[in-house]
Design a protein around this ligand. Sequence first.
Ligand SMILES: *Cc1c(COP(=O)(O)O)cnc(C)c1O
Length: 386
Amino acid sequence: MTDSFIPYGRQSIDRTDIDAVVEVMQSEWLTTGPVVERFEQALADFVGTEHAVAVSSGTAALHASMFACGIGPGDEVIVPPLTFVATANAVVYQGGSPVFVDVQEGSLLLDPDLVEKKVTSKTRAVIAVDYAGQPCDYQKLRAICDRHGLFLIADSCHSLGGCFQGKPCGTLADLTAFSFHPVKPLTSGEGGMVVTGNADFAERARRFRNHGITTDHRQRQEQATWHYEMIDLGFNYRLTDIHSALGLSQLGKLERWLAQRRNIVKLYEKYLEPIGQVRLLKQHSNRQSGWHLLVIRVAGGRRDDLFQQLRTEGIGANVHYGLVYRHPFYRNSFQIPEGTCPIAEQAEREILSLPLFPDLQEEDVRRVCMTIRNFFSEAWENGAQR
Ligand SMILES: *Cc1c(COP(=O)(O)O)cnc(C)c1O
């Protein structure tokens, strides 16, 4: 693959994935059928939790989670600013207000001590984001949420397959959202899942994905009835059987991909170690990352130049993320002042995501790291000549 463009993330699709999708397309049920349930059960088993509700995206999973715990107008939900906009949008969809709390310096994960300081009488929930794949400190977050009667939601769109103190992501919060977008740990094209140990939350999420209606099409067909009732205002967030077949087929390969991602990260550690101007994020010893993103911090104000250089060399570096509250919508709607989250604001200027996906080859990692090394040594030589 060397010489061609290397993206920062990419799906792995094989013949069995394609066959699984084709099989559904030739079957009776394209949506709301038995493969959705099989995917849900397989994911619940993989994670080790009771309930899984398949939805059309990770965003829908977050929205359904906000609905399930009853977030509404006037409610505050604590979120980190260093995340994809969907995390905070899910709060806003329900009429709630996101309250941005800073991240920890080394890992860039939501800082539990700062969370507790931002709890008010209006706070109802905390959404923890497992940034880059590393789980947050769910022990501390759980204790804070219990002390103040808050719901704990995990945005684990990066961390399927990760663990905190030996417990898998998906079992660490009241509700967990996963995404199956192509760059995520496994893909269904688009798709997501809400997982929970709470039957009531699961039922609410299940209704929410189908307009707030109590039964689905297949249940009514099996019961030979036309009658249904809509009891909440839900959405059409259903996942099709076609997408579910792909996700289910992919799930069987996730453990192998996690091992491949871990090995690629080890190569990055080896090749980046001698380059003093970049460093990797801190990994806590009591956690296993899902290794979604390979994020480096670039010193000396050189991030944007290095980004350009990598792109010139055909390497799909990226930045995850521009802070949520600096987007025009949030600036205009919530007026969050600069300096609200200083650690995230500093990180936003220094972070760079390098290519990381299961099929990435060692020669590709070497090419990425050589480009970074040459960038800094040329900069040094140019500086020395002047
Ligand atoms: C991808 C992602 C989402 C949204 O998932 P979609 O499936 O793209 O809707 C939400 N939060 C985080 C942290 C993500 O990375």
